[in-house]
Design a protein around this ligand. Structure first.
Ligand code: UDP
Length: 341
């Protein structure tokens, strides 16, 4: 394995005001790495920014070029993009624009400026309905939604840029990001919220009457979907390791980021009841379109290449951290309260 080389200059973090990007920026700063967050705040939050901040849109190539010229980043982490699977089905144009066209804009400006190293937020949705579970890092790809397809398209653009221009990249395919910074300052705030754990915590906070479980007839032990929940701080650590490997000269890599452990929706509900002490009523409704029964990482590359193993993989730890953030910010960040009014 090549030496890990902590970036010796600023790292450009697109989408750094969002859920995973903000945790990555916070970790980099803790490790003494300067950060420049580039975010249009369409989904991110100003209070979640750690480091320098440029409010900008990746559709605006001039704004990207200006930020690169001003801050001279040595590498980039690219989190910006749209992330709702269901919306991508009904509004695919938005997803191809935000995820593919805007990523291409970013990579072209980075390449022009000679910035070679990029860590990209990819997803297990690139696998679609997996043939083999747990899913190995080299499983066949077959996204079944525009969201997954756009992420795969970006991976392919990066591969072409590597071949043509020597840009090195790490494509990190996340499973289900969850949890929050243990200090309670950063966490998950999506408007609208669609993710399981934040919705359960809304019920526990009295903001929602019940959780609707999407289907209980899946071919899983209790009939509800099984997912691999990975702590957002572990994801942040993987990004730091990946950027440090690239800075150390390692070749490009693509890998899964999950714990390898699956939990059903009912198991998550039960864990949330235990952590919050709230009964959390549930009702079972129709399955959500496009939800595979079982998505769990079987990847080994993150351990062997990045030297990464999740440190906060325990399910109760994940939910406790999310609950701490929720209690400190019941309505999200102050700017999110303003947005939702
Ligand atoms: N889920 C559910 N009810 C909800 C939200 C999610 O039953 O209100 C289920 C969903 O079907 C999936 C799991 O919880 O099996 C995780 O969903 P989430 O949206 O958090 O992440 P995804 O797996 O879609 O990326």
């Amino acid at each position: 394995m090549s030496a890990l080389t902590t970036p010796r200059g600023p790292v450009l973090i697109t989408g750094g005001a969002g859920y995973i990007g903000s945790h990555a920026a916070q970790l980099l700063m803790e490790r003494g790495v300067e950060t420049v967050v580039f975010d249009d705040l369409s989904a991110g939050h100003r209070e979640a920014v750690r480091g320098e901040f440029v409010q900008g849109d990746l559709a605006d190539t001039g704004a990207i070029a200006d930020a690169i010229q001003r801050f001279k980043p040595v590498a980039a982490m690219h989190f910006a993009g749209k992330c709702y699977v269901g919306e991508s089905v009904t509004e695919p144009g938005l997803y191809y624009q935000a995820n593919v066209v805007n990523s291409l804009n970013l990579f072209r400006e980075l390449q022009r400026a000679g910035v070679r190293d990029v860590v990209f937020s990819s997803t297990c949705a690139t696998y679609g309905q997996p043939e083999v579970v747990p899913i190995p890092d080299d499983a066949p790809l077959g996204p079944i939604t525009p969201y997954g397809q756009t992420k795969l398209d970006v991976e392919n653009i990066l591969a072409s840029f590597s071949r043509a221009y020597g840009m090195r990249h790490a494509c990190l395919r996340y499973f289900n990001a969850a949890g929050a910074s243990p200090d309670g300052t950063l966490g998950e705030v999506h408007i609208p919220e669609t993710h399981l754990i934040p919705l359960l915590l809304e019920v526990a906070s009295g903001q929602r009457d019940e959780l609707k479980i999407f289907g209980q007839d899946y071919p899983t032990p209790d009939g509800t979907c099984v997912r691999d929940y990975i702590h957002v701080c572990d994801l942040a650590q993987a990004h730091l390791s990946a950027i440090s490997l690239l800075q150390g000269g390692v070749e490009s890599l693509t890998c899964n980021l999950g714990t390898g452990q699956g939990f059903s929706v009912l198991e998550i509900v039960q864990a949330a009841r235990e952590v919050t002490g709230h009964p959390i009523p549930v009702t079972v409704v129709e399955p959500r379109e496009g939800d595979p029964a079982f998505l769990v990482s079987g990847g080994t590359r993150a351990a062997s290449v990045l030297g990464w193993t999740p440190q906060r993989a325990d399910l109760n730890t994940i939910i406790e951290d999310a609950w701490r953030f929720k209690r400190a910010h019941p309505d999200g960040y102050p700017s999110s309260c303003a947005e939702s009014r």
